[in-house]
Design a protein around this ligand. Structure first.
Ligand code: ATP
Length: 291
């Protein structure tokens, strides 16, 4: 099925993808705070992740690049947040710093109540494994493992047994029931990304970070993946942050954060592709950076 962008982000009654989580009594009412609250009161509110005044600089001297310039933001629980901005504005750096994949030069990053900047490497690795799900543009599946083995791999590594009922719900929702014994090379790009989504969701992480999750997919497969992410937020209360270049993809989110020159300069609740596109055009025109 396809969920129209824009419609999906606001129509909470959109049709679930096959075998929905709500069939299993998993339905969550979404009453999370806006990212705006984090600006006025850092540390307050129900945020799955928070950044407080984070800065990140690459290189030195003439090669110095300020990738993040004092970003303060909260990612509300149970919401789908998109991060957009011109190329080089710091989107990936922000995501990587918030996910503990990269360190910050100053400021603090929290997943739940845990300050990542105070963790040692081993603790950080454990936190990423236990609390964070990742979906990358390049799928990042293990080629020698089956779809099912890929889905359960993070839990296998952590020595945790999957919750069978939950795993079944995830597999049915992404429509992989008939493909579980296939290896990645026997799956289409869209199916491989479904495996990656199921892998991210299987352990019920605090938050999922998705970096251009539809960048390698045709528009139909991309729409399916976005519809699925949208539904996992709506029905399961999953928290998702997605970096994207695509206004149509951003339109599936609840809120878009706009980044330019390493700073969050604007945000948009209930986005549509048209409004996001208009907003992005504003960044090309001096003096229209904030409306
Ligand atoms: N490892 C690095 N070394 C040096 N500079 C870097 C590094 N990573 C990122 N940068 C620079 O930091 C800035 C922000 O990069 P980042 O990748 O976060 O931007 P982005 O908004 O994700 O870009 P894009 O949309 O093109 O992927 C850019 O100027 C980039 O060149």
């Amino acid at each position: 099925m396809e969920i129209a962008p824009g419609d999906a982000s606001r129509s909470r009654s959109s049709t679930p993808i096959s075998g929905s989580f709500s069939d299993r009594g998993v339905h969550v009412t979404n009453t999370a705070p806006s990212t705006a609250d984090a600006h006025s009161a850092p540390g307050a509110g129900d945020f799955a992740a928070r950044a407080h005044q984070i800065a990140k600089v690459y290189g030195h001297g003439d090669a110095k690049v300020i990738a993040l310039d004092g970003v303060t933001v909260g990612i509300p629980r149970g919401r789908f947040t998109a991060i957009m901005g011109p190329s080089g504005s710091g989107k990936s750096t922000l995501m990587h710093c918030m996910a503990g994949l990269d360190s910050v030069d100053s400021g603090q990053v929290f997943i739940g109540d845990t300050d990542l900047t105070r963790l040692r490497d081993k603790q950080l690795t454990r936190l990423r494994r236990d609390k964070i799900g990742f979906i990358f543009q390049a799928f990042n599946l293990v080629p020698t493992l089956t779809a099912l083995e890929n889905i359960t791999l993070p839990m296998d590594i952590a020595g945790r047994k999957p919750d069978k009922q939950w795993l079944d719900a995830v597999i049915d929702t992404v429509g992989l029931r008939q493909r579980l014994k296939h290896r990645p090379s026997e799956l289409s790009g869209g199916q491989q990304q479904r495996v990656a989504c199921a892998r991210a969701l299987a352990s019920r992480p605090e938050i999922i970070f998705a970096d251009e999750p539809t960048g390698n997919l045709d528009s139909r497969s991309g729409a399916e993946i976005l519809g699925f992410l949208r539904e996992s937020v709506r029905q399961m209360g999953q928290t998702i942050v997605m970096v994207t270049h695509d206004p149509s993809a951003a339109a599936y989110s609840d809120e878009v954060l706009f980044l330019t020159d390493g700073q969050i300069v604007d945000r948009m609740q209930g986005p549509t592709a048209e409004r996001v596109l208009e907003r992005m055009k504003g960044f090309d025109r001096p003096g229209v950076a904030a409306s």
